[in-house]
Write a protein that binds this ligand. Structure first.
Ligand code: AMP
Ligand code: ZN
Length: 490
């Protein structure tokens, strides 16, 4: 049963440019589609920001008891290299001299591993574009039957001008077709199009192209925009509640999805379009294709010249949650250091809460505080306001700990429950684990010390010295003292 909190959610709808009450198609149920990654390189922190934003939305809708089917695809074909006729995955396969499916597997694995580190909940369904070629071909036939798509030399294009006679191409990005046509350059290999704004639904493959499939029109491959229409309609229906992605997908990708759905099903696909804003690095958009990007692993290990130290995934997640998903967020070392401080303060309060003494009264409006937290999230998932509210209670907890304020047993229970729910279930933060990997290293070194002792007892000095020297090379110094060995980590 959804709680009454689900009645007061407002969502900023990019389609209308307004914050609107969230009314789902079926009460209590939500269908949400988010464009997933193109798996041709490691996921960068900018991508991660978008996925974390939608993960938090998913978490919150779950938290308030809605039944949500969350579909996030994997783009493993069709996303072209800018200004070229080559598919990004094919290009990578050529450069790395491996098969396209190896590229797909390698970067899908990286994507999943990274999302796990950052505590994202897997979507309900994660379909791939290659797994839905039949559905894509069917949609093309549908659009050709309606004369909204045309074939030329084995490729099929969406006819924007024809569509625009009874629909509005540009409705989402608020662009005007005439201006678009005027401003679009003619690219090589696009001369088959009736006008430059038409987009490919199916591309005939060049002979050297590796990723190609049989279709009624040619041996070729599908266009990028089409996959999302095929997969969203298959798993969520022709019309569903939320469609999300990064702001840079608004045009042309989402604009084309709207056109395709209108052409195929006579309906705009999603009622609410949500766009997460960009993560910037030194003021410019983080992007895989321009190289201005930082990898999640570099930030976790601190192995990047713009960072003074490593940061845990939870600190990075907390840093992202401190900005609203629709605001641009700039990444810098100082901002991460500040977030780390805040995150530790929060975790200390969560821990202190376990050992607070109670009394007969409470000097804090717990009920009002809980409502404020829900109000923040109901207002277009405003995580920075939620965090500000959370810090109201952190301040109070610290006062109680310092015996400058009081809390009764029931209120303590309520604060504990709600704080844990908001911090861990909704924001998706992890309890501090900074010592965990150290603890693991310590246990491993203890085992090696035992093995070294055994080797020494067995007079196998070659092995015992090797253990000591190899550990030293790894920065771990063994100190022998009165028959006992301890160690220091450099
Ligand atoms: P891609 O793998 O390039 O298709 O991107 C996957 C998702 O990440 C899309 O929703 C993009 O809009 C989003 N994205 C790409 N770059 C950034 C960025 N710098 N900040 C936030 N989101 C981004
Ligand atoms: Zn998409």
């Amino acid at each position: 049963m959804p709680s009454d909190k689900s009645n007061s959610i407002k969502i900023y709808n990019s389609l209308t440019g307004k914050k609107e009450p969230f009314k789902t198609i079926t009460k209590g149920y939500v269908g949400m589609y988010v464009c997933g990654p193109t798996v041709y390189s490691n996921v960068h922190l900018g991508n991660l920001r978008t996925f974390i934003s939608f993960d938090t939305i998913y978490r919150y809708l779950n938290h308030i008891g809605m039944k949500i089917r969350y579909v996030r695809n994997i783009t493993d074909v069709g996303h072209m290299v800018e200004d070229s006729t080559e598919d990004r995955i094919s290009e990578k396969a050529r450069v790395e001299k491996i098969a396209p499916m190896e590229v797909v597997q390698k970067y899908t694995n990286d994507f999943h591993d990274t999302l796990k580190k950052f505590n994202l909940i897997p979507p309900s369904i994660e379909p791939t574009a290659q797994g839905h070629l039949i559905e894509q071909i069917e949609l093309i036939k549908n659009m050709m039957d309606k004369k909204l798509a045309y074939e030329k030399n084995g490729s099929v294009y969406f006819d924007v001008m024809e569509y625009n006679k009874s629909n509005e191409y540009g409705i989402l990005s608020r662009r005007n077709v005439e201006d678009l046509i005027h401003n679009t350059r003619k690219l090589d290999g696009q001369s088959d199009k009736k006008n430059p704004q038409d987009f490919a639904l199916w591309k005939k493959a060049e002979p050297q192209h590796i990723m190609k499939w049989q279709s009624p029109w040619s041996l070729g491959f599908p266009g990028w925009h089409l996959e999302c229409t095929a997969m969203s309609s298959k798993y969520l229906g022709e019309q569903f509640d939320i469609h999300g992605g990064g702001m840079d997908l608004k045009f042309p990708h989402h604009e084309c999805e709207i056109a395709q759905a209108n052409a195929c099903f006579n309906t705009s696909p999603a009622n609410y379009w949500m766009h997460a804003n960009m993560l910037t690095l030194n003021g410019s958009k983080m992007s895989k294709s321009t190289g201005n990007s930082i990898l999640p692993n570099e930030i976790i290990s601190g192995d990047n010249k713009m960072l003074s130290k490593e940061f845990s995934p939870s600190v990075i997640r907390f840093f992202m949650m401190q900005a609203h998903y629709r605001s641009i967020l700039d990444l810098s070392n100082d901002a991460l250091l500040a977030s780390e401080k805040g995150y530790h303060k929060l975790m200390d309060a969560v821990e202190n809460l376990e050992n607070l003494d109670t009394s007969s009264k409470t000097d804090f409006d717990v009920k009002g505080w809980v409502n404020n937290c829900y109000d923040a999230m109901n207002d277009d998932f405003n995580t920075p306001i939620l965090i500000a509210k959370i810090f109201d209670v952190v301040k109070f907890i610290n006062l109680v700990k310092a015996e400058k304020a009081e809390i009764n047993k029931n209120d303590l229970k309520q604060v504990k429950t709600k704080l844990n729910e908001f911090v861990f279930d909704v924001l998706g933060l992890d309890k501090i684990k900074s010592n965990t990997s150290d603890d693991k290293i310590k246990s491993v070194v203890e085992i090696l010390i035992e093995l070294r002792d055994k080797a020494r007892n067995d007079k196998d000095f070659e092995l015992s010295d090797k253990i000591r020297d190899d550990l030293k090379n790894a920065g771990i110094i063994l100190n022998d003292n009165n028959g006992k060995t301890d160690f220091t980590i450099n």
